[in-house]
Each structure stands twice: as structure tokens, then as C-alpha cells.
Design a binder for this molecule. Structure first.
Ligand SMILES: [Zn+2]
Length: 465
């Protein structure tokens, strides 16, 4: 009898006991998310009642109002809107493109303007085409071969990379800087192969920039679907003299007022240590922004609710931040960090979900070795939920500006195989988000927030500069 008691006492004082507490809390979070989650309903509204939420649009404003209203209903300690000026770019009427193999013999191809692009002349733009495999080819061809032409960037995403974000990174320079670079060689416009691993008919938009190029030197840029790109490339091989025509009337307007939406649970013990969980509320306009990044927003909102409803009161202050304008400006992320700095707020942790609402696999972690090791030490707690990835890596675009060498930045990492089928395209829509996968992501995020809150982060030994 006495030995049993002794053993029980011994067990109670070892970390094993506290592990059990953690296991219980994490199980409660997953159970709640899977039986009584709110993320999917919120996403349904954002996607199907509001739709694409490009910065400066009516829908973006509706999304601000809706999410604020929903956060108000959760009974948090405080919910507020943080003003931020955002760029406003509008697509205008649907784009149109074809290539012409002989006078009068044309084949239509699906295109869409890249975000931030200038319009073509009113009647459209028609010119010969020069295909390149990337920006580095421009120099090789030289002005002689490029001047007066449309440059067609056709480097595909590398299908051999398992992390499709790495394939995306390997191509996206064509989309972002392709027009500015081609203009230097006298090109009249650019057509960029969509950042999509699948062959289909959806053109994928995304941001592009001209740097400090004068307005009158800017040339229009559009994305072509992957099937359109294959067809154009094959046709060019048979007949290099074909002409390409496209028309788009997108336009950049004056900046407009918008908001980050913020909700907060005040920390019970360390209210001055702030933890952030978030996603971005704006989206591209072609689809309804369900994966990018409606999913991340509703998961982040549910993190606070899941902790609250499983009876966990955070010791540290926990904020959900729905950032505005990640896609074409990052103004929301920059503004949030700027205000935090002005107020001297101490952010210790930030977690972003902006990689789609697919099955969660783990996290990428941007932190000191000590903090990385602490988080990796919790791996076993996540194993029952098939969460296995705890790698060094980036947190997310919106939380990036908070980085100060001391805090822990984390990105939720869902399975990436299907993400680029939908990314920035017309088929980024609600029916492509699976309810359970979305909920598992929210639970995974809430579990990490719980552990960070309970055990704290390890402050850097370095004195802050
Ligand atoms: Zn995104």
C-alpha cells in the first residue's frame, strides 16, 4: 500500500504527470474542433456570402465588418479595428487573349491580368512573341530580339520538389519582376505561365511590381493558364512568327482606408507578453479566397474560441489578427508591427496560417535554437494527430514585420500538394476546402498556442538593440 502511494507521489512530481495534463488539454482542443468547430461556418459566410476580398473592394470592407461582428460574439476581452491605408487595384472587364497563326486564324487562350499591372491600350496589344525560360534569358537574347515583342515567360514549377512552395519560389520572379525586366529591353508586354503544377485552363493572378519605373514606361503583364502556355509554346515551335493579342483594362486607384481586425484575450499572469495568431483577410478577386487565406483567418479566430471553450485561460495575452492587404502590399502586416513598436508592446510569439486549409502536417519555426528545441520537444504530443513537421523555416508574410530577433515566429504547414491547383485562381473556392482538414488545422494551431502559453518562450540572451 505504502509503495503504491509513494509511486503515485513520485509520478505526480515528474514531468510525466504534466505531459498527461498536456495530452488531455490537447485532446480536448481537437475534440472540440472536430465536434463543435466554428471555422467552417465562418468560412462559408466569407466565401459564399462575401466572396473575393481584394484590398479596397466592397467585399474587403464587408469581411472586416463580418469578422469583427463574429469576434464580438465570442465574448473576448477586447475587439477592435486598426486603421490602415491600402492600395486599390481593380481588374475591370474580363481580359481577352488569342494567338494568330495566319491572318484571321486565331486561337483563344485564358489569361488574367497580374495584380498591379497597367492596362493594355484600349484596343488591346498585338505583337510577335519571344518565349523565354526566365528573366536570365533576356540578357542572352538582347534588345534586338526583344524590342517590340511580347515576352512569354514559360518556366514551369519544378514537379520534383515535394514542398510545392519551393517550386513556387523557383518561378515567381517571372511573375513579380518579369514585366519590369522585359521593359528594359523594349518589350511591349509580358505573358507569364501560371504558377500551377497542374495542366488546366485557369489563369492564376498574383502580385507584380514595376519598382521605380516611370509610369509611362510600364508594360502590361498577364498570366496564361498552364494549358494555354503549353499550346502557345508548341505553336511557337512550329511557327515562331505568330502574333499574340491581349486586352485588359485594369487600373490602379488612390489608396483607400481599410482595417486589420483584432480580438484579444488578456493574459491572466503576464498580460504584457503578447501572442498573435492570424491570417490575411484580403484575397485575390478571381475566386472567393477560401484557401488563400479565408482558411487561415477562420482557423485563427477559432483558436481563441477553442481555448476559451475548453476552459483554458491564457497566462499571456492572446490576440487574433486578421491582416488586411497581404496579397498586394502587406500594408496590414507592416501597420500592425509599426503600432506594436510605437506602443512598446512585447510580442513573444506569432503564428500564421497562410498555406491553405489542407491537412496540417506541422510547423515551420523561425526562432532561436533554444526555442526551436523547446518546440521540437513537444513533438510527441502532436503524434496522435499525425503532425510531424517541426522544421526551421519562415513564419509568414504578415507576421514577418514583427520579427525582432527575440520572438518566436511560426507558420502552420498543411500538406502542399493541391495548394497551387487553386492559388490565386478562379477555383480557390469553398467547395475545395474540406471541413475536417480545416478543423484539424485550427486545433493544431490552438494546441501550439496552449503549449507556448503554458511554458513560455525562452528570452534571447542577447541584449535587444
Ligand atoms: Zn495568402
Amino acid at each position: 500500500m505504502r509503495t503504491v502511494l509513494l509511486l503515485a507521489l513520485l509520478l505526480a512530481s515528474t514531468p510525466f504527470f504534466s505531459q498527461t495534463e498536456d495530452e488531455k488539454q490537447i485532446k480536448a482542443i481537437y475534440d472540440k474542433a472536430l465536434t463543435d468547430g466554428k471555422a467552417y461556418d465562418w468560412l462559408d459566410h466569407l466565401s459564399n456570402q462575401i466572396g473575393g476580398r481584394l484590398s479596397g473592394s466592397v467585399q474587403a470592407q464587408q469581411a472586416v465588418e463580418y469578422t469583427k461582428e463574429q469576434l464580438d460574439l465570442l465574448g473576448l476581452d477586447r475587439v477592435w479595428l486598426q486603421p490602415v491605408m491600402v492600395p486599390k487595384w481593380m481588374r475591370g472587364t474580363p481580359e481577352f487573349a488569342y494567338f494568330e497563326t495566319k491572318p484571321g486564324l486565331t486561337t483563344n487562350v485564358p489569361i488574367c491580368a497580374l495584380g498591379g499591372s497597367v492596362a493594355t491600350p484600349d484596343g488591346g496589344l498585338k505583337a510577335g512573341v519571344v518565349e523565354v525560360n526566365g528573366i536570365e534569358d533576356l540578357e542572352k537574347l538582347g534588345r534586338e530580339k526583344i524590342e517590340g515583342k511580347i515576352v512569354f515567360y514559360n518556366r514551369p514549377m519544378d514537379p520534383t520538389l515535394i514542398n510545392t512552395f519551393a517550386s513556387y519560389s523557383g518561378c515567381v520572379d517571372q511573375r513579380y519582376s518579369g514585366a519590369a525586366e522585359a521593359a528594359k529591353f523594349g518589350a511591349l508586354g509580358v505573358i507569364v505561365r501560371s504558377m500551377n503544377l497542374r495542366l488546366d485552363d485557369y489563369p492564376h493572378t498574383g502580385s507584380m511590381g514595376y519598382g521605380d519605373m516611370p509610369v509611362n514606361k510600364r508594360i502590361p503583364a498577364a498570366a496564361i493558364s498552364t494549358k494555354g502556355a503549353e499550346l502557345l509554346s508548341a505553336t511557337l515551335k512550329l511557327n515562331p512568327n505568330i502574333k499574340f493579342y491581349f486586352r485588359q483594362n485594369c487600373k490602379q486607384y488612390e489608396d483607400v482606408q481599410s482595417y486589420n481586425v483584432i480580438g484579444e484575450i488578456k493574459g491572466s499572469t503576464y498580460p504584457n507578453e503578447i501572442m498573435v495568431v492570424g491570417g490575411h483577410l484580403d484575397s485575390w478577386d478571381l475566386g472567393d479566397g477560401s484557401h488563400d487565406d479565408g482558411a487561415g483567418c477562420v482557423q485563427s479566430m477559432d483558436v481563441l474560441r477553442l481555448l476559451k471553450e475548453t476552459g483554458y485561460r491564457p497566462q499571456r495575452t492572446l490576440r487574433v489578427v486578421l491582416f488586411m492587404n497581404e496579397e498586394n502590399g502587406l500594408r496590414g502586416g507592416n501597420k500592425y508591427a509599426e503600432v506594436a513598436q510605437d506602443k512598446g508592446e512585447n510580442h513573444v510569439f506569432a503564428l500564421e496560417s497562410d498555406a491553405g486549409g489542407f491537412t496540417p502536417r506541422g510547423f515551420t519555426i523561425d526562432a532561436s535554437e533554444e526555442n526551436l528545441e523547446q518546440i521540437q520537444g513537444w513533438k510527441g504530443l502532436f503524434e496522435p494527430y499525425l503532425i510531424h513537421m517541426f522544421d526551421k523555416g519562415g513564419g509568414g508574410a504578415d507576421i514577418g514585420p514583427l520579427k525582432d530577433g527575440n520572438m518566436v515566429l511560426v507558420g502552420l504547414r498543411p500538406d502542399t500538394q493541391r495548394y497551387f491547383d487553386h492559388h490565386h485562381a478562379e477555383n480557390d473556392t469553398f467547395e475545395h476546402v474540406n471541413k475536417r482538414e480545416l478543423e484539424l488545422g485550427a486545433a493544431t494551431m490552438a494546441s501550439l498556442v496552449y503549449l507556448i502559453d503554458k511554458y513560455g518562450t525562452i528570452p534571447s540572451k542577447k541584449v535587444k538593440g
